[in-house]
Ligand binder design. Sequence first.
Ligand SMILES: [Cu+2]
Length: 496
Amino acid sequence: MLSRRNMIKLGTLGGLAAVVPIRAAMSPSERVLELTRGAHGAHAHGATLVSAGVAPTVTPFTRALLIPPVLSPLLSTLTTDYYRMTIRPAQVEIFPGFRTDVLSYGGQFTGPTIRARAGRKIVITQTNGMSDPTAVHLHGGHVPPESDGHPMDTFDPGSSRVYTYPNRQAGATLWYHDHAHHLEAEHVYRGLAGFYTIKDDVEDRLRLPSGAHDVPLMFRDAQFDELGQLVYAMGGFRDRKTVLVNGRAQPFFRVKRRKYRFRLLNTCLDRDLNLTLGADGELVQIASDGGLLPAPVPATSVAVWPGERVEVVVDFTRYATGTQVVLVNDRGSEDSTRNVLRFDVVGDADDDESVIPATLRPLPDLGEPTVTRDVSFSMDLATGTFLLDGKTFDPTRVDQNVKLGTTELWRIHNPAGGPPIPHNMHLHLAQFQVVERDGLPVIGHEAGLKDTVTVRSGSNVSFKVRFDGYTGRYVYHCHLLEHSSMAMMAQMEITR
Ligand SMILES: [Cu+2]
């Protein structure tokens, strides 16, 4: 097991780890230690390569889409809903006839959905039933620092931790996931991710598709061995050739001829998605990371980068009963990463009162920035290290001192010159508004409230952000989680 002190020591873990083969039988923490040794050269050629063999396959579109279960509160008071969850190993059937070992929230491979209501507090007691430390981060949440799941604020196996989420923010699709430093990539890969949705009165009045017609879709890729077990090799993203939607490969979903709201979430460690229903299909974007857009934005394809959420409405009345419509990831290069989900249009809806309103919710006025910061992604080729402003994460260091109540302009740079690797800037605590990318305004969901934004190699992205509500230390990092787990992360401290 990795102690907190060791985790701090590992703060210099280098990117060379990405190419070091790792033994399959190790626990995640053992692998981190192995990676560290590997990064220093001692074991770089000593470890056994994972033998993937031929992974089980599915006949596309023969198994139904799973909808993650909604977690029920143990107790609800006038102001607060109380929940309890255990983080533990589990076995799930991803391929028919195979039991796959995963890490889970409450035994569910796609963690149970937590449904919050703006203005109502949620208190969750998380118990760590794994053999590694863990921290639970509510991605997109505006929460006090002690409930943020800071990467060093972990709790040990056998212990519990209470997280309090005030939900004093607009309706949005958030997600919770592991954030234990150096372990987050593997923990998320093995299953530690779930939806957390917030609804509010504004949304209710809009009569968007709801209930069974409001569908969360978590996309993630994976590599499996011949026994159907998840294969995790840091940096092995090219071998993750199966895209799962809510934990299943290439499922089908029966829809009626009516509107559906889909909450798209990409939890891949590295893979970006570009989802389309074909040139004659239409995905109407209605929300970004931070909630509703000012107005719907129709599109024929929607890019979703790791960590991002995009909500779309699809109106299936444009298809005849009997039509099969494949949701294609046109960034995928094989059938299993490309044809990710099929909608089977099975008939007319009894009742369809949902609408796509012409206007949704105006963006909040974040004010004029009074502080400008420049933050740069880079890679040290000599050491294979991923860097933010030339440094790896040091939890004892504060990288940005922020004054509470200030609006700031952050200019994020990913200079050309190194390997052409995109990075995804994710800020904890605050939703931001992208002002420009390479001098041009952004469009579609990227013009809404965001907490994660991709910055391609040779690109610059500027966003406005206002720091309100809480003081304390929060991280910002690349949300290609293998990069953050290799310390492409930094820290801001918000003070009065
Ligand atoms: Cu990155």
